[in-house]
Write a protein that binds this ligand. Sequence first.
Ligand SMILES: [Zn+2]
Ligand SMILES: [Zn+2]
Length: 173
Amino acid sequence: MRVELADVISSENKEMSKQAEIELLSFDSKLGQFPVVKKEPFVLTFTNEENRRLSIQGETEVTIAIPCGRCLEEVEQVFRLTIEKEISLEGGSEETAMDGFSFMAGTSLDVDQLIFGEILVSWPMKVLCREDCKGICKRCGANLNLTECQCQKTELDPRMAAIQDIFNKFKEV
Ligand SMILES: [Zn+2]
Ligand SMILES: [Zn+2]
């Protein structure tokens, strides 16, 4: 969704609030494609402040399904976004002054671009379905939160692994 800001940009001290809708269906980045499972309309407030500055404020929550870093089960990650931006309206035309912001095109603001940027900066380093997620067996692919597999035992026991190493060394000789 786009919000036209020409009105508020052209008059100093003007404030405007708009209901903003997020249209993003998925968050597509270098990391992959993640479905947006929940989003809500929210209010964006624009204020044309002194010294040719435009402030943009709002708060919303977006829920995105991200696979658990260990077992790959989808985790619903809630992003609580607080938007607090200040754009300089200084310099020639409004359009050139605001070029640095990917969510602005001329005097219109792209809500989805704005939200995308906010999600990107708060993207978690790692996502786990739970702190003690056991992950997936590297050999048979079983989800170890749901089942136990036989290969798991030898692999997880360091003493067994050490013995296996010795066996392997004998074989090589
Ligand atoms: Zn997990
Ligand atoms: Zn296994």
